[in-house]
Design a protein around this ligand. Structure first.
Ligand code: GLU
Length: 494
């Protein structure tokens, strides 16, 4: 299956099993063109979230080289597996929500995700059982104290899932009725799906070491148990084992970047197009990564850098630029707060150069570069095409972007088809609601075939499965009519 197609000056290339690029064969080319990801079609239409990806990659490569000499910090040394890592290892991988990839440095060497698993476990839990159920056992507040302090918030719960007490509590919530083996299998399978089936491994040596020096984590777990934080019947030792095991899961920088891109893309993996997480789970996870993801540097990070991230003591940082891309950086030496020394500097320089801080666009900050597609500069024809296809593909990010710049959502194509026609035809109730309530579109536009959105809804409802009943009900409530009803009403009035 070809899912990592890329276009570079050497021609059309894909990475083979061992990561070496080669020119694609005719068969592979045809398969790539017909895959659902269809990056080719999008590339040719300049319709990717970062249209000039080569230019953007060049900037990243420069940052990588600049930081190669930026030496400092110290490997984590509480277990030998981390202290022995080569401190010169340095890697940056990027995966955009369209599946564009960039890698530089040691991007194929496995490392343990350590605390980065905390964000993923929380996301999976919320996606599976909902935020309310998860938050019976942990809070949402930054703690203001060290990641492994023995403490609870004012509600008697661990502060948040990004530090040890909350992360251990989060593990207690993962499928508690299953065996430890099944729970581990389940979560690692979820990681793998988020990574688009790229590398996810396990370091047994790290797990054994973690377990052998875990006095503090045992103390935290007993403290949580004493305060009835865990679900009833929780096996404390198994919960800790699961926590140590998930910290010992390995990714590479490349596969880590796809996981981050899945978060950036609202839970759908950009390379496999598999939906892994609910949009709510992603939103909650990104909020907590933004406020609590970087140990005791979290406040400064959200102020200065300004995008969601989670770091781990093996020297990785999982970075998410929502609606744009996932970035994984890895360099083992840590600063005094436990974050990758080079990784933090990379993020700072990235945020200085590009308008990726969540609030950069409020300032209309033109001193920074923005490699994202800019709908404002598109021609009217392209806007129509993009809007219509965004409505058809449930691309909420793009729809919001167009909304923010004040584009009229009543625009139509040469057949007089509007975004609403398309959203209804595809049964995307979320898009329909957005168009009607937020963009305030006319609910009764008539296309060249004399079809209104209501006709469209009724037409697709007459197929075997009436999955669009909700759309019909909604449109009816909003005063939508069939073309015949409209014409009749007009003739009566006349
Ligand atoms: N395994 C580590 C611990 O719980 C995770 C450390 C981290 O990455 O923050 O102590």
């Amino acid at each position: 299956m070809v899912n990592k197609l890329s276009i570079d000056p050497a021609g059309l290339t894909i990475p083979n099993e061992i990561g070496v690029k080669k020119l694609v064969s005719k068969e592979e080319f045809i398969e790539a063109c017909s895959s659902s990801n269809n990056i080719l079609n999008q590339s040719l239409g300049s319709n990717l979230v970062i249209p000039d990806f080569q230019e953007f990659s060049k900037e990243l490569k420069n940052l990588f080289h600049e930081l190669s000499d930026f030496k400092g910090g110290k490997n984590a040394d509480y277990i030998p597996q981390l202290s022995r890592a080569d401190p010169n290892l340095w890697a940056i991988s990027v995966c955009t929500i369209d599946g564009q990839r960039f890698s530089v440095g040691d991007t194929n060497i496995p490392f343990c995700i350590q605390s980065c698993c905390k964000a993923l476990n929380y996301a999976i839990n919320v996606s599976e059982i909902g935020a309310d159920a998860v938050h019976l056992h942990l809070g949402k507040e930054p703690s203001g104290i060290g990641f492994n302090q023995i403490a609870l918030d004012k509600h008697g719960l661990p502060h948040n899932p990004m530090i040890n007490p909350g992360a251990i509590s989060c593990c207690s919530v993962i499928r508690p009725q299953d065996t430890l083996a099944d729970r581990f299998d389940h979560i690692t399978q979820q990681y793998k799906t988020m990574a688009g089936n790229e590398f996810v491994g396990f370091s047994n040596a790290t797990f054994l070491s973690e377990k052998s020096v875990a006095d503090r984590n045992f103390a935290i777990a007993y403290f949580l148990h004493e305060h009835n934080v865990f679900p009833k019947g929780t096996n404390l030792k198994e919960t800790l084992d699961l926590y140590f095991q998930l910290c010992s899961v390995e990714t590479t920088c490349d596969s880590g970047s796809v996981i981050c891109a899945t978060l950036a893309n609202g839970g759908e993996c950009p390379t496999s197009r598999e939906v892994c997480l609910s949009p709510d789970a992603v939103r909650n996870t990104l909020s907590l990564m933004f406020s609590c993801g970087m140990y005791d540097y979290s406040g400064e990070w959200s102020f200065e850098v300004g995008f969601p991230a989670k770091s781990g003591v093996a020297g990785s940082i999982f970075i998410v630029i929502p609606g744009v891309m996932g970035i994984c950086v890895w360099s083992p030496p840590l600063d005094e707060l436990g974050n990758s020394y080079r990784g933090v500097e990379f993020a700072k320089r990235l945020a200085q150069k590009f308008a990726f801080h969540q609030f950069d666009n409020i300032q209309g900050n033109q001193t920074k570069m923005d490699p994202r597609r800019n709908p404002k500069s598109e021609s009217k024809e392209i806007q129509i095409l993009n809007l219509i296809s965004a409505a058809n593909n449930r691309d909420m990010v793009l729809l919001h972007k167009y909304f923010e710049i004040g584009i009229d959502f009543n625009i139509c194509d040469y057949d007089n088809r509007t975004p609403l026609h398309l959203a209804v035809a595809a049964d995307h109730l979320t898009v329909v609601r957005f168009l009607v309530e937020k963009a305030k579109v006319n609910v009764n536009p008539i296309d060249r075939m004399r079809t209104t959105p209501m006709d469209e809804a009724l037409r697709s409802g007459s197929h075997a499965e009436c999955t669009n009943q909700e759309v019909i009900k909604y449109l009816r409530k909003k005063g939508a009519k069939t073309c015949e009803q409209l014409l009749m009403a007009a003739s009566v009035q006349y």
